[in-house]
Design a protein around this ligand. Structure first.
Ligand SMILES: Cc1cc2nc3c(=O)[nH]c(=O)nc-3n(C[C@H](O)[C@H](O)[C@H](O)COP(=O)(O)OP(=O)(O)OC[C@H]3O[C@@H](n4cnc5c(N)ncnc54)[C@H](O)[C@@H]3O)c2cc1C
Length: 436
């Protein structure tokens, strides 16, 4: 390990695990039968489990590893209403009604998390800190402001523009030509949020069977007969809540979700005054590219957390850490040479239409394909799954109304992701060359 780059206590694991590490739950034998078996113990699986248990269903959550070992304790904790397809793009290709429903529900998802955290009393540093989007060029700035203006007018989503002269009020950087602030977007501590959900699920009487890998299911007169590493299980309903960790044997889903790596790192501890000077309003920060770099203060404002290189090759975390640190120093030159205390990766899931999907295929329920927005969308669609399984009309959502597309020949091997990222980079560079 390059000593100059990493602190003496460097760990290749999420910063968040210092406060809430994934763990095995107290082991209980699998029951013979349940109303609902949920595969995956992330936000989607737990929120579905909580609401199903409240509706009187017996529920077993099956988790191959430790509880929360997937992306739900590895992400950046951004709480937005973002989608890789803009409102205008959706309107042009699917009509105004569809675009409006999508963005309204994205906003409901953000609000749903604030409400759930308040209701369950989860101490996870949730706050509406606002988000600063740095524009990488004048053309990006015009495009960004045009889109935000459309959404403000049509949907009432507020924003304010940031000029180059005012950039330092948001970020101690010369990397952007300006940008915009979206004041109501939020942030939380993703692992503490997950830990709170896990406590709520246990209190509702649900067992999370960790170290229990789901191996497949066959239709049975009572629903499904599941094979698991802990023995058989009969479930009337079966839910796949596996997002970027969806197993290849779940063929129909594996042909539709595109797993890819997200990378993050944490700096060494920094003086509080330095963090306050670098990100004065303590907002989350992204840029205007499709394949974003992102920076935020840790909730205690003693470190800066940042990520990028999304979709890059299989994690060599030291090499990735080096690349991420160079990226960080390019944006915040004050942090050139700063050491890294943590670097980590996790699995995300893209889709061919860039939309999350919820539905039922061959009798099996699913909600996944969050395209890097699973903190709000996993929570929200987990709730929708529970409503659908309980037969409630409130389970209807726009994310269940369009076909879940695949691509001819795709069977779950995402070999093309690095090429797709290059394509996005090329598009961003092409836009940057346009006059602003
Ligand atoms: C580095 C990074 C940064 C991110 N930043 C953000 C962000 O700031 N904001 C945001 O909204 N989103 C972000 N995301 C995405 C977000 O974390 C995910 O979309 C979300 O956590 C998905 O939750 P989930 O419950 O659907 O799946 P996960 O939390 O990934 O859980 C899926 C679980 O399924 C289990 N599983 C799979 N197969 C089996 C099997 N056969 N048997 C039993 N269990 C199985 C896995 O072990 C895993 O624990 C980020 C992701 C990464 C990796």
């Amino acid at each position: 390990m390059t000593e100059a780059l990493f602190t003496a206590d460097f760990k290749a694991e999420p910063h968040w695990w210092d406060a809430a590490r994934p763990h095995h739950t107290r082991q209980a034998a699998l029951p013979e039968k349940v109303d609902v078996a949920i595969i995956g113990s992330g936000y989607t699986g737990l929120v579905a489990a909580l609401h199903l248990a409240r509706a009187g269903r017996s529920v077993a959550v099956l988790e191959a590893n430790e509880a929360g070992s997937g992306a739900s304790r590895r992400n950046a904790g951004y709480l937005g209403r973002t989608l890789k397809r803009s409102f205008s793009w959706l309107e042009a290709h699917h009509g105004a009604e569809f675009a409006t429903r999508v963005y309204r529900e994205l906003d409901e998802a953000r609000q749903f998390v604030f409400a759930l955290v308040a209701e369950l009393g989860i101490d996870c540093h949730i706050e509406a800190c606002g988000r600063f989007i740095g524009a990488n060029s004048l053309a990006h700035q015009s495009e960004l402001l045009r889109e935000l203006e459309v959404m403000q007018r049509r949907l009432g989503f507020l924003y304010h523009a940031v000029s180059r002269n005012d950039l330092q009020r948001e970020l101690a950087s010369e990397a952007y030509v300006g940008g915009a602030v979206i004041p109501d977007l939020g942030a939380l501590h993703p692992a503490l949020y997950h830990a709170g959900l896990l406590r709520a699920v246990a209190a509702a009487g649900v067992t999370v069977h960790t170290g229990t890998a789901f191996g497949g299911a066959k239709p049975d007169s009572d629903g499904f007969a599941l094979t698991t590493s802990a023995g058989p299980l009969i479930a009337r309903d079966l839910v796949m809540a596996t997002n970027g960790y969806t197993p290849r044997f779940a063929e129909w889903l594996a042909r539709r979700v595109i797993p890819f790596h997200g990378f993050m790192a944490a700096t060494e501890e920094l003086p509080a005054e330095l963090v306050a000077r670098l990100i004065p309003n303590r907002r989350t920060v992204i840029d205007s590219h499709v394949n974003i770099n992102f920076i935020r203060p840790a909730p205690d404002a003693r470190k800066i957390l940042f990520g990028g290189l999304t979709g890059g090759p299989q994690p060599d975390l030291q090499a990735r850490g080096r690349d991420l640190q160079a990226m960080l120093a390019g944006i915040l030159p004050d942090l050139a040479g700063v050491k890294l205390s943590r670097a980590w990766s996790g699995q995300c899931a893209g889709t061919f239409d860039f939309l999350p999907h919820i539905g039922r295929q061959h009798g099996v329920w699913h909600a996944l394909g969050y395209n890097f927005a699973g903190v709000p969308m996993g929570s929200y669609l987990g709730h929708k799954l529970a409503q659908k399984i309980s037969g409630k009309a409130e389970g209807d959502t726009v994310f269940g109304t369009t076909p879940f597309p695949t691509f001819p020949g795709y069977s779950g091997n995402p070999w093309f992701v690095p090429l797709a990222m290059r394509w996005f980079d090329w598009q961003d560079a092409r836009l940057a060359r346009k006059a602003g």
